[in-house]
Design a protein around this ligand. Structure first.
Ligand SMILES: Cc1cc2nc3c(=O)[nH]c(=O)nc-3n(C[C@H](O)[C@H](O)[C@H](O)COP(=O)(O)O)c2cc1C
Length: 250
């Protein structure tokens, strides 16, 4: 039994703790092969997945993400932007340059992102829970070393899939009027009232939720989210070390 796409999205919440019930190889491969049918920029399929099963490696990723649950149950993938395979198919300096400049670098991140989104949806449609882990990039170089990633690859997200231990409350989303514009961009000043209403909804969600309830507001939450940027200042350096963005001077 699987939910429709719309039902799956309507029921989505990120789930971070999983039971010991195994995700079978059959289910795992079904999720991945279904997600592979997503569109892929220039048909380059510029992504790869590394499943991390070694307990020591999972513990290392739990430390990097600061999430002990990453080291525990469910299956854990690292989704890579990957132009290494494509560069091998068409050797030569010109190809390598084209695959690594910003356009194809972005293409590989876009491919990895769409693939991840689809795996989340397929997994959740089958009754599993998931968490996307941008926090693997708290220490990108450590992840590269841990997984022996070659040049022209880059870890984009972790993705943990499993049978969830609990069902957290659903987080609200911005109303359509704040994100859907017609013909030209709308400044937030034109939908202030909507944003205020959303802030009340968000506040009620954070106050009423069954775990980690707190007083929270949209502006404070947005400011807090920026703290991760400090941990990821080296990201661009690592991207360049992996052979991407050769057009940048330094
Ligand atoms: C690109 C991306 C990176 C994320 N990274 C993390 C992460 O490192 N750790 C985590 O617990 N959740 C992570 N999340 C999940 C978000 O926190 C979550 O989607 C958001 O708070 C909305 O909650 P919901 O998915 O339950 O609706 C990430 C989500 C995305 C899309």
């Amino acid at each position: 039994m699987s939910l429709s796409v719309i039902e799956t999205l309507a029921a989505h919440r990120t789930q971070r703790a999983f039971t010991t019930q195994p995700v079978t190889d059959e289910t795992f491969e079904r999720i991945i092969t279904a997600a592979q049918q997503m569109p892929t920029s220039q048909y380059l399929q510029a992504y790869s997945l590394v499943e991390v099963t070694d307990p020591a490696a999972r513990a290392a990723l739990a430390k990097i993400t600061t999430m002990p649950t990453v080291g525990e149950n469910g299956r854990l993938l690292v989704v890579l932007a990957d132009q290494h395979r494509n560069a091998g198919l068409v050797p030569g300096a010109a190809t390598k340059r084209a695959l690594t400049e910003f356009d194809r670098f972005a293409g590989s991140i876009e491919d990895a992102t769409l693939m991840t989104a689809a795996m989340v949806m397929v997994a959740e449609s089958l009754g599993l829970g998931s968490v996307v882990l941008g926090s693997i990039n708290n220490d990108t170089q450590a992840v590269i070393d841990l997984l022996h990633l070659p040049a022209l690859t880059l870890p984009v997200f972790g993705l943990q899939l499993g049978y969830p231990t609990e069902r957290p409350e659903k987080k609200p989303r911005l109303p359509l009027s704040a994100i859907l514009f017609k013909d030209h961009y709308q400044e937030p000043a034109t939908y202030q009232a909507t944003l205020r209403q959303f802030d009340e909804q968000l506040h009620a969600y954070y106050q009423g939720r069954s775990s980690h309830a707190r007083d929270e507001h949209l502006d404070h939450m947005t400011a807090e989210a920026l703290h991760s940027a400090a941990k990821r200042r080296d990201f661009l350096k690592v991207v360049r070390r992996q052979g991407f963005l050769p057009e940048l001077k330094n």
